[in-house]
Ligand binder design. Structure first.
Ligand code: KG4
Ligand code: ZN
Length: 342
């Protein structure tokens, strides 16, 4: 099946053409084209994403990217399905993608399905990686623990199969990526803060400041990052003269990564998991990837994480989620649902 994925939930306009095969038992994906138009520069002066600006940019970018996709393909690609993100995300931004998808479906007479952005992140481990090390065979994969860490979500799932899962916990306040963004702002770093904190942390000592690891010992799988952010705020207020930004960034990053790692690992032990899947924008963080890879190795678990560009918002993961939803008969309403869960 050839699937066109469309993603406009936040500040990236993305289109992708993905070839899917293997069905629900052995899903396989080949990325034929992956286009992303980033709006970071437009939102940066505001310190975050402005929903109506995002919508305006999506409306501008969508036809441009589609033209580019057709041009690369020397005409309209052969299509079996269109999949568009219906949530969660910013509703004005989501509507831009949904409207465009409906127009395409009508014009070219193609079936259209709604896709859940969080399922997109979740399934990103199924996308091919450069290293080709990730051989995916369902029989030695499940049960698995999936950790989704993005700008809007921090979720732990127990997966029984590619299509059956249970939410174990989630953040009670800020998402992990949101905490990186907010701490970056405290340090006068530009939006998005995650990559900036990571860069600054390389020049700092992660043991310099003992920031709290909220809920790390709690016997549940929920998270809380707002207290950690507040600790950074107080630290900066009280140590104006002596604080080294590199140490603050490194110590904060270590605290956030420690909590994410500890809770993921504890869940694998409690549920006898055979693998860990890490996804979402924060999954590009090298310390988090390294820690979870090391822990998985120690425990004899498989560790799956996609290449960096498929951790960040993209439409290949949306085509993937659309394929899985289509096969399992999950029909999302074709209207924006900002608070859609998983
Ligand atoms: O998944 P994503 O692209 O968009 C959402 O669905 O939210 O995630 C974006 C989030 C932002 O909060 C950004 O600061 C964070 O991912 N992020 C990072 C890194 N790169 C992006 N956080 C920590 N370290 C990074 N290297
Ligand atoms: Zn996302």
């Amino acid at each position: 099946m050839k699937i066109l994925g469309i993603e406009t939930s936040c500040d990236e306009t993305a289109l992708a053409l993905v070839e899917a095969s293997g069905g629900l038992a052995r899903p396989r994906f080949k990325i034929l084209k992956n286009l992303v138009a980033s709006q970071i520069k437009i939102h940066r002066p505001f310190g975050g994403v402005v929903p109506n600006l995002a919508k305006r940019e999506h409306l501008k970018n969508l036809p441009r990217l589609f033209k580019k996709l057709c041009h690369a393909n020397r005409g309209l690609p052969k299509l079996d399905l269109i999949a568009v993100t219906v949530g969660p995300g910013l509703e004005p931004a989501l509507w831009a993608g949904i409207g465009f998808a409906k127009e395409l479906a009508k014009k070219y007479k193609k079936p259209l399905v709604g896709a859940n952005h969080l399922e997109g992140h979740l399934y990103s481990f199924l996308l091919p990686t450069k290293s080709k090390k990730q051989k995916i065979k369902s029989k030695n994969l499940f049960p698995a623990i999936a950790t989704i860490v993005s700008g809007g979500h921090t979720i732990l799932l127990r997966m029984e199969s590619f299509t059956k899962w249970k939410k174990l916990g989630e953040t009670r306040d800020d998402a992990a990526g949101e905490a990186f963004d907010k701490v970056a702002r405290l340090l006068d770093l530009p939006y998005p803060g995650g990559p900036e904190i990571e860069k600054l942390a390389q020049r700092g000592n992660s043991e310099a400041i003992n920031f709290p690891r909220p809920m790390i010992h709690d016997k549940n799988y929920d998270f809380s990052f707002s207290g950690l952010k507040t600790s950074v705020l107080y630290y900066l207020r009280d140590h104006k003269k002596i604080s080294r930004a590199g140490d603050v960034a490194a110590s904060f990053q270590k605290a956030a990564v420690d909590v994410l790692t500890a809770k993921t690992v504890r869940a694998t032990k409690e549920f006898g998991a055979k693998s860990i899947m890490l996804s979402g924008g924060v999954a590009t963080n090298k310390l988090l990837r390294k820690n979870l890879a090391n822990e998985s190795k120690k425990l004899g678990l498989k560790f799956f994480v996609s290449d960096f560009k498929y951790n960040l918002d993209n439409a290949a993961m949306i085509a993937t989620a659309g394929y899985m939803a289509y096969l399992r008969g999950k029909k999302y309403r074709l209207s924006a649902n900002g608070g859609l869960g998983i």
